[in-house]
Design a protein around this ligand. Structure first.
Ligand code: ADP
Length: 476
């Protein structure tokens, strides 16, 4: 009963005049035909969100909190079914999908709690005839455009704070993974989220572009939150200029992972594996470039490669599988292009290096990588670990920062002075020191430089959806 194929607009499940197919990336089999909504339906969804805004923001924070809490409970009560839908359309191993459902739900729990903690301010007056205060009010109708790599968590991370703040939302989920979004929306309806407060506009890739244009040009939409490629982030930013929208952008990364010669190598290998191969390398915080200091270079490579060779690739529903397929054929081609380019420029392929059947790619290790290779400058978004050798701490910092991106960084060291220096020098929004997986709901997640604007999660994630109003009362 969680499997919905219609778009959710104003509380109605609409099948639409046209559909698009959603397929299983492990098998290529069609899973469902989903409503393919265009510009016109985007307008209708925005109008519904606009009409629902007044009553929703008029609810007390506690009322909104209770509804969100019920949604959280339903998400957790349906972990198994949600995870099955997620693995079927996205490909990640079932255990990882269950982890994502719990992670995604945790944002709903957190913001159900935070809803009650939005407070204003009283400020000292500059003359005794006046009283000064600050209100924090919901920004209004929000649009969210989300990617396929975390089909649930990228939605709840935006929707939960928006709804908690008193905003209403239109979500446009990724064309590869609309079924998880619709299943989560079905549970939101059951939790009592009123019609129009949460709308899900499903669309294929062409219609997604059209929906994006409608969101950006709408006067009613006051905020756009986007997670996806830097290229599309730039388009949305440009398109939003005429209506001067507030934007939250969580864009691409090119995460450096540095192993210094004083690191605990066993822990560094474990962290690198977790950071690199999670979701088949398809996360914006996956280690994209592994820098290893001279003295421990060979030892790290031996241990790391041995571990990589044990990773089981296959259908996410099969027992013991830790790496599923890539999302589409073009993703497989990109990884192959990066491997071939590295090979041609002198790198050594120590594990994998080739495509398997369908959309599966071998977990790959490339040693002696250099700055001129594609894998150094582009985000591979696949199971390829290029390893670079460096001499001095400053060289590693310079190499790590030599990118327009600044999302996640990681480094391993046990020297407190070095930990302090390198932590301060790396240009990034999130940093793991002796830790390869660091995201959770109550920390601010986001990037610097061309990795984006704003933060999601934590109390800071709520600020996105609130506007301050300074009030000066005179004649007191
Ligand atoms: P990825 O590299 O993760 O596939 P994209 O940036 O292409 O990232 O896609 C992320 C989301 O942005 C998806 O929901 C997709 O449909 C949507 N999208 C892609 N192009 C546009 C666009 N021009 N306008 C609005 N949304 C878009």
């Amino acid at each position: 009963m969680l499997l919905r194929t219609g778009a959710l607009i104003n509380g109605q499940w609409l099948e639409g005049a046209r559909q698009f197919a959603v397929t299983d990336p492990s098998t290529g089999a069609k899973l469902a035909d989903v409503a393919n909504m265009g510009a016109e339906e985007a307008e209708v969804a925005i109008a519904a969100a606009d009409a629902a805004l007044g009553p929703w923001k008029a609810k007390t924070a506690k009322e909104r909190s209770n509804i969100l809490r019920r949604w959280f409970d339903l998400l957790m009560a349906n972990v198994d079914d949600l995870a099955r839908i997620l693995t079927a359309e996205q490909g990640k191993p079932l255990a990882e999908a269950k982890g994502e459902v719990a992670y995604g739900a945790s944002f709903v729990e957190w913001y159900a709690e935070e809803a009650k903690r939005v407070a204003g301010e009283t400020l000292p007056q500059f003359d005794n005839n006046r009283r000064l205060s600050v209100l924090r009010q919901p920004i209004g109708v929000c649009a969210a455009i989300t990617p396929w790599n975390f089909p649930l968590a990228m939605i709840t991370r935006k929707v939960a704070p928006a709804l908690a703040a008193g905003c209403t939302v239109v979500i446009k989920p990724a064309e590869f993974t609309p079924l998880t979004a619709l299943a989560a929306a079905e549970l939101a309806v059951r939790a009592g989220i009123p019609p129009g407060v949460l709308n899900v506009l499903t669309a294929d890739s062409d219609n997604s572009v059209q929906a994006g244009k409608v969101f950006c040009s709408s006067d009613k939409v006051r905020h756009i939150s986007f997670t996806g490629s830097t290229e599309v982030g730039r388009i949305l930013m440009a398109q939003s200029a005429p209506t001067v929208k507030k934007l939250a952008l969580e864009l691409g990364g090119n995460a450096p992972f540095i192993v210094f010669d004083d690191a605990d190598l066993v822990s560094a290998v474990e962290g690198a594996i977790a950071s690199k191969y999670r979701n088949a390398g398809q996360t914006c915080v996956c280690a994209n470039r592994i820098y290893v200091q001279e003295a421990v270079y060979d030892a790290f490579i031996d241990k790391f490669t041995a571990k990589v060779k044990t990773l089981k690739v296959g259908n996410g529903f099969d027992e013991g599988v830790v790496q599923g397929p890539l999302i589409e054929p073009a993703a497989v081609e990109k990884v192959q292009r990066h491997v071939d380019d590295a090979k041609a420029k002198g790198a050594r392929i120590l594990a994998g290096g080739a495509k398997l059947h369908g959309q599966f790619f071998q977990p790959t290790v490339v040693a002696d990588a250099t700055a001129d290779m594609l894998c150094a400058t582009e985000e591979t978004f696949g199971p390829l670990a290029p390893i670079f050798k460096f001499k001095h701490e400053d060289d590693a910092i310079a190499a790590a920062n030599s990118t327009e991106f600044g999302l996640a960084s990681y480094f391993y060291s046990r020297d407190i002075g070095r930990i302090t220096r390198v932590s301060e020098a790396l240009e990034c929004g999130i940093l793991g020191v002796n830790a390869g997986v660091i995201a959770t709901e109550h920390v601010p997640f986001g990037g610097v430089k061309q990795s984006g604007l704003g933060r999601e999660g934590s109390r800071h994630g709520m600020e996105e959806y609130l506007e301050m109003k300074y009030i000066c009362i005179g004649d007191v």
